[in-house]
Design a protein around this ligand. Structure first.
Ligand code: SF4
Ligand code: SF4
Length: 327
């Protein structure tokens, strides 16, 4: 066998140093194996119960989602990384905190590709980087790679740092000289939440059920992913207490989580789009009259574009009390 045919072996220490240098707050390494039986059962139950609402993309390519080796040929290793975003600034517009920074699909992907190049070098071919754009169960891999645990909110929580993170993965045929162990024995163990149920209590639609997140009751789902009119109750959810009233997304389960107290206060992530809102002087009058041209300029390079102009205006009308946006 020629040296070229040999499976590269990564140094876990080098991988983690490269992740830190690229701006990732956490990095873990897991063997590329099928999802645990427990996670597969959770997915089956979510499908059966209709928890994905009309996000049919979550139902496609199930074989790839279950087994990373179906996604990346000869995959042996999944490297999971977490990219922080800053807490909500004062006087921010009524938009979810994660969407106040440049679109993570672009920024995180660029950082991840740079990291992959550095750790894999000439053996990069055959490896792939993922940022919320393929059938990869990102929270599962972050849990499996020992980065954090899954809270009752369904979010990945990193002890002492909280849950304000975007996730990404490098899936590679390379091996690692060391692999990380999960922080909890199984993914649905909420042991590290203790007796806390604050996210469930704060959720205005009761989306955080004992069987996981039911998108059909989640304000984030309706204001970001859902197409068509909003159900009438969502206008009340937007203004529900506790929580910051928002017309794009819903930060409540993040805001109330004690793990986010004293979490990361500073990150390397630019707040450039937020500065743009401040310059535009956005208030109720501005939002209600937002034109397509203003929308394109304001949300250039922003994740808010996911809702599209029509969806955002629908949300704004519901938020400011125009009933035409509701079913
Ligand atoms: S984002 Fe809001 S509506 Fe959705 S689960 Fe969290 S608290 Fe509930
Ligand atoms: S709010 Fe409490 S229950 Fe919910 S994820 Fe955070 S620690 Fe867990």
């Amino acid at each position: 066998m020629s040296p070229k045919d040999q499976t590269p072996i990564l140094s876990a220490t080098h991988v983690k140093a490269a992740a830190a240098a690229a701006g990732f707050t956490a990095c873990g390494i897991a063997p590329a194996q099928p999802l645990s039986r427990e996670r597969q059962s959770e997915r089956t139950a979510a499908l059966r119960l209709g928890h994905y609402a009309d996000m049919t993309y979550l139902e496609r390519h199930e074989e790839k989602r279950i087994d990373p080796r179906e996604l990346v040929e000869k995959a042996r290793t999944v490297i999971s990384v977490a990219w922080p975003f800053p807490p909500r600034p004062a006087n921010a517009p009524p938009i979810a905190t994660y969407a106040l920074v440049p679109d993570y699909h672009d920024t995180l992907k660029a950082a991840l590709q740079g990291m992959a190049q550095q750790i894999l070098g000439e053996t990069l071919t055959g490896s792939r980087c993922f940022v919320d754009t393929a059938p990869v169960d990102e929270r599962y891999w972050a849990w499996r790679a020992g980065i954090g645990f899954i809270g009752r909110s369904g979010m990945l929580i990193i002890p002492r740092m909280g849950s304000r993170f975007f996730l990404g993965e490098i899936i590679t045929p390379a091996l690692s000289d060391a692999y990380d162990a999960p922080l909890t024995p199984d993914i649905s163990s909420h042991r590290l939440c203790g007796t806390c149920h604050r996210c469930q209590e704060a959720c205005p639609g009761g989306a955080l059920t004992a069987d996981g997140l039911d998108a059909r009751r989640c304000l984030s789902y309706f204001t970001i992913e859902h197409r068509g009119p909003l159900p009438p109750e969502t206008a009340g959810w937007m203004h529900a207490s506790p929580g910051t009233p928002l017309f794009y997304g819903c930060d409540r389960c993040t805001e109330v989580c004690p793990y986010n107290r004293g979490g990361l206060q500073e990150t390397a992530v630019s707040s450039m789009p937020y500065a743009r809102y401040a310059t535009a002087g956005c208030d109720a009058t501005f939002w209600k009259a937002l034109t397509l041209e203003q929308y394109r300029e304001l949300f250039r390079g922003s994740a808010v574009k996911r809702a599209k102009y029509e969806g955002l205006m629908r949300n704004i009308r519901a938020f400011y009390g125009d009933d035409d946006s509701m079913t």
